[in-house]
Design a protein around this ligand. Sequence first.
Ligand code: GP9
Ligand code: MN
Length: 428
Amino acid sequence: NSSDMNSVANYINNNRVTPNVQYQGVAKGKNVFIIHLESFQQFLLDFKWDNQEVTPNLNKIYHAQNTLSFDNFFNQVGQGKTADAELMLENSLFGLPEGAAMVTDGTTNTFQAAPAILSQKGYTTASMHGDVPSFWNRDNTYKSWGYDYFFSSHYFKEKKDYNIGYGMKDKIFLRDAANYVQRLPQPFYAKLITVTNHYPYLLDKKNQSISKTNTGDSTVDGYVQTAKYLDQSIGEFMDWLKATGLDKNSMVVFYGDHYGISANHKKAVAKLLGKKDFNDFDNAQFQRVPFMINMDGLKGGINHNYGGEIDVLPTLLNLLGVDNSQTVQFGSDLLAPKHSQLVAFRNGDFVEPNFTKVNGTYYHTKTGAVARNLTSEQKQQVAAMSNQVATELSLSDRVIKGDLLRFYKNKNFQKVDRKNYTYNKTKA
Ligand code: GP9
Ligand code: MN
């Protein structure tokens, strides 16, 4: 009920941090691209195989002077995978302990999502994806999030050979999506969801331009091939952006949604990384995914702050100069001087600069050693962090399960009326 909402709002307001004034509004009025890099992990950046960089285009973006990159940014998804990532990125709410909130609650709940926030600031908003609209209940949830458009596979030409795995091949998808992007009134907020780099990493012969790895684990060895293909599609997309001049007035945000190689493949990962061993601690550190913000004139560099997907919305809103002092958000601005570096995993574990908790065991983040003989002060610290993680997760769950945002009054935000949206298109 509404008093539940008040206690959540109190918690959030107590933890709200003041934004970084240096970056405040530097992207005001710019177009925004959110580029979803399917199953793409941080370790792929600068990774070499077969005598070549696997992802030269993304590496270039990662190291560019006008890219703000993060090397301690973690995926925080649960069972909802892609859906959890989308939910966190655009709402700063956690995925649910089980299932996917986009499916169970996306149609009926009230949200204050990025597309709605920005469309109330004059943006045109669109999500594009080369899979059927019903996957993860996107066609319903996007209405609750205030997306003006959803260009799903129904909007793209189909040809023999255009599809693989879960949908369109990334190069074809991004090329065709560009036609829709170009017709959006500016400023726009456009999310492009790739999918070729998805388990089980299938790719047709003519698109393979690097050999498979040699771990002998067939679910792992194709990963570099589809990652390279995704990287090439990004290279082509960036060329297009430049050719149109859109690179001059756009902020391009890249993120990896979740791991590509699960904890079931520890042996193969150890071999891939040239390590003797790969334990639970290593696997927690392996949850890093890219988060990069590229924009003409942006003061970039690699930022080492710990953070995760939950932190994206406040970070972007501050860059865009959108007041988010009233937003219900569980993350904190990655660039804020007092950004909270405690990164919650969906199961209650966490990682932060000093301690990592995996399956209830504490490790020293710097060395990976099990944290034995903690001082009483350290014991208090880790207990407090565990509590904070549990509190955040359970409050976020209450927001979703109780549909609490329907009670929340935010003077900067007008509630979304789902009836105003339709994404129907009959197949051409
Ligand atoms: C399909 C896609 C895959 O539309 O986005 O989702 P995932 O399996 O990665 O959660
Ligand atoms: Mn995914």
